[in-house]
Ligand binder design. Structure first.
Ligand code: C5P
Length: 398
């Protein structure tokens, strides 16, 4: 719920501005008060009248509006809010924010505020991918600006890719998360999950049996304790949790790139079953069956994401947790793995087929850390996740 929360909603001029109407309704449904600010170009997409009617509030538009300035100055407006949300956030307004430009009411409010700011980017895929926009995104993230989306999909301009504004309900979820309190609030935690798919050719791939159940449950449990979770997942059977930032990947290489992009984080939990190898020189076209000739696959090693992050020195998350799925000598192998990879904790489990753990609902884990070897009783993967999240909260506190 967002009861008594005051959201200053800046609507910039993009085609997704029409979704701001629904966003206002959803925010009010949850008890928030919404003060809308429109840029001049936003008025080309939505009318001040409809925004005002839905928000039940005056719409602020002009930096030099004397009546508005007399009622509530722009500085006050930017400070009276609990959170400023820019939706849609165009490439232009993000560029202004990154540079500290203030040539209209919206950008002036954004520069004058001492409150947290969340942006929901919306733009053409090429504009989103442009080096300038990506530089601005990095600057804004570094300044502590919260991001929701953009999503990938069909765009109003007919192209496909990242750049679609997050849906109003996703934005509302992100706003609720921003207000969440709990032992992990203010902490940013990375979770990898699921299998990876390593292509042989465009239609065939090498995979493993990970369902993503444990990683998903961990992301959910961390989120429930108030953490901001970045969830990097391979193609898993289980749907990703809601309320977390989801980054979907296929291969180990892509997973590493997303993990590096998600840093810095306070903690990182590597629950993914990453393929150890990929096919060297995967074929760009489908390999044809030829009578009497079998294809030969040449393997090459994948990056060890856990080891890389554990040993990264500057910028290393304060707590790095790995998993060790073993079928024999579980503890000894897990201890050796912890030493080899350099992670802080390792969560070891026996995945022999008779345990039913791989792909099942239960898990029996032993947590190995500097504090020693801690065997947990068999419980559901959700219970493992909750206990692990509580332990993480304690470790980050101390
Ligand atoms: O070496 P092994 O695959 O058993 O290590 C398991 C742990 O290492 C898991 O936490 C897994 O997510 C992580 N890992 C990784 N990158 C790899 C292989 C494993 O992050 N390439």
């Amino acid at each position: 719920m967002l009861k008594n929360k005051h959201i200053l909603l800046v609507v910039a001029g993009g085609i997704a501005a029409f979704k701001a109407l629904d966003l206002i309704r959803r925010l009010r449904e949850r008890g928030a008060e919404v003060t809308p600010v429109l840029t001049t170009s936003a008025e080309e997409f939505v009318t001040p009248l409809s925004i005002s009617a839905l928000s039940g509030n005056k719409v602020y538009r002009d930096l030099f509006d004397l009546t508005a300035e007399a009622e509530m100055g722009h500085i006050e407006l930017s400070r009276a809010a609990d959170l400023i949300v820019v939706a849609p956030a165009t490439a232009n307004i993000m560029a202004k924010m990154a540079q500290g430009l203030c040539d209209d009411l919206a950008s002036t409010l954004l520069l004058a505020t001492d409150k947290r700011v969340m942006v929901a980017p919306s733009m053409n895929v090429r504009m989103w991918e442009h080096a300038a926009t990506q530089r601005n995104v990095a600057t804004l993230k570094n300044d502590g600006v919260l991001f929701v989306g953009p999503n990938e999909g069909d765009m109003a301009c007919g192209e496909y890719g990242p750049g679609r504004m997050a849906e109003p309900l996703e934005i509302v979820d992100a706003i609720e998360r921003a207000f969440q309190t709990g032992p992990l609030s203010g902490k940013r935690i990375l979770v990898t999950s699921g299998p990876t798919h390593e292509p042989i050719d465009p239609v065939r791939y090498i995979a493993n049996r990970s369902s993503g159940a444990q990683g998903t449950a961990i992301a959910q449990a961390l989120n429930a304790l108030g953490a901001e979770v970045v969830f990097v997942t391979g193609p898993a059977d289980i749907a990703p949790p809601s309320g977390v930032e989801v980054r979907k990947v296929q291969t180990a290489g892509e997973m590493l790139a997303e993990v590096e992009d998600a840093l810095p984080c306070d903690a990182a939990i590597f629950a993914a079953a990453v393929a150890d190898w990929h096919i060297d020189g995967a074929s760009a076209s489908k390999i044809k069956k030829q009578a009497g000739a079998l294809p030969t696959l040449k393997f090459a090693e994948n990056p060890d994401i856990l080891a890389k992050v554990s040993k990264m020195g500057k910028g290393r998350p304060g707590l790095v947790i790995g998993f060790a799925a073993e079928t024999d000598d579980v503890i000894a192998h897990a201890q050796a793995k912890r030493d080899r990879k350099g992670c802080d904790w390792i969560v070891a489990n026996d995945v022999s087929p008779e345990t039913g753990i791989m792909g099942g609902a239960e898990n029996a884990v032993t947590v190995i850390s500097d504090a020693g070897i801690d065997p947990w009783p068999r419980m559901t993967k959700k219970q493992v996740a909750v206990r692990l999240a509580q332990n993480i909260a304690k470790a980050l506190e101390g």
